[in-house]
Design a binder for this molecule. Structure first.
Ligand code: NDP
Length: 248
């Protein structure tokens, strides 16, 4: 039986790399996206051209009804779910805490925290052996920012990732004897379009001197950690974190 994985925010960046690598490892892949329909379809085409199976599903993970529709689409398409990667995440323009308003903070938390909770909920409802499922695995894509704090840039984003880490710890314990493992990956400075949304496309160039390995990372380097945590190789690993940050 081919296993099914849902990856949120998989139209580009780290999510797209996870989708590609998951397909290479034999998963059938649900590629969630928010606005990048063409990019998501390109990820799907890449997987299909390589002989894999994938489909794109639009949904805003911060909206409960959309999350429920997305999981229903996955049920209809593949009839099973074995893994979730909570990867969709946003940040906003760099600023200090005293400049932030409630709209901005709420927007970050809605996607990064509420969205991840809602997707985890729907995944557990399907995968938990207590609810008739066959077990599975969840990986939450957090950030080293959740530990370092992102001072002067986006402390709200960092706080959302710290909250996501607590979801990892708590849900791992809740679901451990229901066949579900829950782990986190904390990327450091990874070369994606995300930095542009903070207003500094060249951010890695500015900060790479602070990385012990002296460079930014590639999305695929994060994807490899995610796929390991999802694999049977990680069968006794839950509530754990892998930092993929070149030592930063
Ligand atoms: P990108 O900005 O390149 O991609 C973000 C993805 O998330 C896109 O596919 C986007 O979809 C999707 N997305 C955004 N909001 C929503 C939403 N509300 N619902 C569904 N999908 C949404 O980001 P990265 O690949 O860099 O980041 C992926 C994850 O890794 C994030 O959680 C981020 O916080 C984390 N991370 C990234 C680091 C980095 O240096 N790049 C460092 C540490 C952590 P669309 O394009 O369709 O709008």
């Amino acid at each position: 039986m081919t296993k099914t994985i849902l990856i949120t925010g998989a139209s580009r960046g780290i999510g797209a790399a996870c989708a590609q690598l998951a397909a290479e490892r034999g998963w059938q892949v649900c590629v969630n996206y928010l606005a990048g329909r063409e990019a998501a379809l390109q990820v799907v085409r890449g997987i299909e051209d390589a002989g894999g199976s994938a489909f794109a599903v639009q949904a805003d993970v911060s909206q409960e009804a959309e999350v429920m529709r997305m999981f229903a689409d996955v049920d209809a398409r593949y009839g099973r779910l074995d893994a979730l990667v909570n990867n969709a995440g946003i940040l906003a323009r760099q600023m200090r805490v005293e400049q932030m308003d409630a709209e901005r903070i709420g927007r970050i938390l809605a996607t990064n925290v509420t969205g991840s909770f809602l997707c985890a909920r729907e995944a557990v409802r399907r995968m938990s052996t207590r609810q008739g499922g066959s077990g599975g695995a969840i990986v939450n894509v957090s950030s080293r920012a959740g530990v370092l704090g992102a001072a002067g840039e986006y402390v709200d984003y960092a706080a959302s990732k710290a909250a996501l880490d607590v979801l990892t710890i708590g849900l791992a314990k809740e679901a451990a004897n229901e066949g579900i493992r829950v782990n986190g990956v904390r990327p450091g400075l990874i070369d994606t379009e995300m930095h542009a949304s903070g207003g500094e496309p060249g951010r890695i160039g500015r900060l790479k001197g602070s990385v012990p390995m002296g460079r930014g990372g590639e999305a695929m380097e994060v994807a490899r950690a995610v796929l390991w945590l999802l694999s049977d190789e990680a069968s006794y690993t839950t509530g754990s974190f892998i930092d993929v940050s070149g030592g930063r």
